[in-house]
Write a protein that binds this ligand. Sequence first.
Ligand code: ADP
Ligand code: MG
Length: 238
Amino acid sequence: MGSLQLTSIRKAFGTHEVLKGIDLDVKDGEFVIFVGPSGCGKSTLLRVIAGLEDATSGSVRIDGAEVINTPPAKRGIAMVFQSYALYPHLTVKDNMGLGLKQAGEEKSVIEARVAKASGMLSLDPYLARRPAELSGGQRQRVAIGRAIVREPKLFLFDEPLSNLDAALRVQTRLEIAALHRRLKATMIYVTHDQVEAMTLADKIVVLNAGAIEQIGSPMELYNRPANLFVAGFIGSPQ
Ligand code: ADP
Ligand code: MG
C-alpha cells in the first residue's frame, strides 16, 4: 500500500510562493517522475510530501489518511538524496541499519532487513567498509539500501543519479527500475534527465514555477504535449 493524494498544496518562503496549488494523485505501486527547470519547486514538493517542510496550506494523504501533521518518521516514507548523506564513521552495514536502530527495532530484525537489502543491491562485499572506501555508485546504493530496510510505503528520490558519471547513471537507473518491479513500492523521483524520465516513469509530472503544466505517461507527453513548455521539456533533446 502506498497511494498518495496531494490537494491544493501551497508553500511560501516569506513572500516567495514556491508551490502554487499542487493537485496530484499517485496510485499504489506507480513510478512517478517530477521534471521541470531548476528552482521550479521539485525538491520543495518532495520535502512537503516527506514532512521535512510544512506546507503553507493543502492536504497530503497517504493511503487515504491525512498526514499533514504527522512527523516524517511516522509517514512510512523514505527519501534518497543526491548527496548520499551517509555517516562517515559508520560501516555500510551500520549506515543501513541506523534508522531502524533509532526507531527501536530489534537487532535480529535489523540484521535480517540489512542482509536482504544488501543482497538486492549487491553490497555484501562492502558491508564492513566505511563510506570513504566506496565509489560514488556504491555510496548511492548504500543510501538506497538505507531506504529499503525501512520498508516504506513510498520512496522519494531527489535527483539520485546526478553525482554519478554517465556509465554509472545508466547502471544505477536500471537497478532502481529492477527494485521498483521487485518491491512493487510507490516511487516518486525527481530528475532533470529526459532519458531517466522517459524510461522509468509510469507517469510524468511537468512542473513550472510552482505549478503543474501537464501530467501524463511518457508517450502522452511526447505525442500530445499540452503546450510549448512541455514540448520543449519533453520533446526536444537537451
Ligand atoms: P528545484 O528542486 O525544482 O530546483 P527547489 O524546490 O529547491 O527547486 O526550490 C524552489 C524555490 O524555492 C527556489 O527559488 C528556492 O530558492 C526556494 N527555496 C527552497 N528552499 C528554500 C528555503 N528553505 N528558504 C527560502 N527559499 C527556498
Ligand atoms: Mg531540487
